[in-house]
Design a protein around this ligand. Structure first.
Ligand SMILES: Cc1ncc(COP(=O)(O)O)c(C=O)c1O
Length: 386
């Protein structure tokens, strides 16, 4: 039996990287910004654009204010508007659907695959066929969400998009650092949006996000929309609608430092996930990662029929956990108008998912303790059933 570890266990860990890098390095970067005075979109964010594009393997990256901004800016760059249908996973954080709605487009919610928890390909095809048959909306964009950091089935999704003359915007807000068939997140879909919210695999110390593309034209549009649709020639002429979507230089500085240890942290997350995969009881459903893919492991999530009981048990033993997400977006009040399709897998997932601690810096002792308590709970349920 493993004793309860002396150090508290965290579900996310936003603090340890700062110790690994050294707080004085952050303070030096902040001082440099105070001295140069370019607080918004300063040299730090420009350097970050280049380094992120290189990490992702894309030609362009434009940092912005948040993952929600990134999704919205990409859709703005494509001119998404009322009358357009945007197909989006419903088992996700609300922002994936909020972005098209903000632009007046209609979200069409798509069910999830019960094994990967990502967008279900058969249901995507059905949803597109339904919209086409109704003849009221123009199918425009698919937003697959790499839930918990795990890449969607992009070969299929890109093929479907091509057949239907649509674009694919990958919501990689949880999956920056993941890999799909040798390509890093950012370089797989037509455009990609990511988030640097503090709990993300590459998290800042505040809000932040980025848009990735290989198209110069799209990138120029994103850069313009992130400053109110400003023209590159005349800064007092706004040529399209946009927003205040810039990244501030302090966030750029934090992310540059954190990017320097990111590859190592991804390896550490992977090692934690492998221990969970190998040692957690088969009582739990485990998220299937597609072949030749690597998750960024933003979260490690199991499914369990007695989810609420499991969560109480873990919490009473000092193990934090969370239900991401207890309500699919289509069932939320603000989205009732678009709750038009039956999504049974999403509904089931929302009642059974439980995310357990996933940080690069979990100790062996902490992992052993978490696994032991999870398996103790599973054994009690399996014994009862026998
Ligand atoms: C899947 C998904 N999409 C979009 C977002 C929005 O990102 P942000 O919080 O940076 O706006 C998040 C962040 O929680 C997310 O997890």
């Amino acid at each position: 039996m493993t004793n309860k570890p002396s150090e508290p266990i965290n579900l996310f860990d936003c603090a340890t990287t700062q110790k690994v890098i050294g707080q004085e390095k952050f303070l030096d970067s902040f001082k440099a910004i105070l001295n140069h005075g370019a607080y918004c979109q300063g040299p730090e964010t420009r350097e970050l654009d280049e380094k992120l594009a290189s990490f992702a393997g894309t030609k362009y990256c434009s940092t912005c204010g948040s993952g929600t901004d990134a999704l919205t800016l990409a859709l703005m760059a494509w001119g998404v508007k009322p009358g357009d249908a945007v197909f989006v996973s419903s088992f996700t954080f609300v922002a994936s659907a909020e972005a098209p709605v903000l632009l007046g487009a209609t979200p069409i919610f798509v069910d999830s695959d019960p094994n990967t928890y990502n967008m279900d390909i058969a249901d995507l095809k059905r949803a597109i066929a339904e919209v086409k048959a109704a003849g009221k909306l123009t199918p425009k964009v698919i937003i697959p969400v790499d839930i918990f950091g795990s890449p969607c089935d992009y070969d299929e999704i890109m093929k479907i998009a091509k057949e239907n003359n649509m674009k694919v915007l990958s919501d990689s807000c949880q999956s920056f650092g993941s890999n799909y068939h040798g390509k890093n997140a950012g370089s797989i879909a037509d455009m990609t949006a990511t988030s640097f919210y503090p709990t993300k695999p590459l998290g800042g110390y505040g809000d932040g996000g980025a848009v990735f593309t290989n198209s110069n034209e799209e990138n120029e549009m994103v850069k313009s929309c992130r400053v109110h649709g400003m023209s590159t020639e005349d800064h007092y002429d706004n040529v399209s609608l946009g927003m205040t979507g810039r990244m501030n230089s302090f966030q750029g500085a934090v992310l540059l430092l954190k990017l320097s240890v990111f590859a190592d942290e991804l390896k550490k997350r992977y090692n934690v996930a492998k221990r969970y995969d190998n040692e957690l009881s088969s009582y739990y459903g485990k998220q299937k990662i597609l072949d030749n893919c690597r998750s960024a492991y933003a979260l490690y999530t199991v499914t369990c029929a007695d989810r609420d009981e499991l969560m109480s048990y873990l919490k009473s033993n000092g193990i934090p956990c969370g239900a991401y997400y207890p309500r699919p977006v289509n069932t939320q009040t603000a989205y009732a108008k678009w709750n038009t399709r039956s999504l049974p897998v999403c509904e089931k997932l929302s009642k059974t998912v439980c995310s357990i601690p996933m940080t690069p810096y979990l100790t062996d002792e902490q992992m052993s303790y978490i696994i032991e308590k999870m398996n103790e709970f599973a054994a009690s349920k399996m014994n009862k059933a026998a």
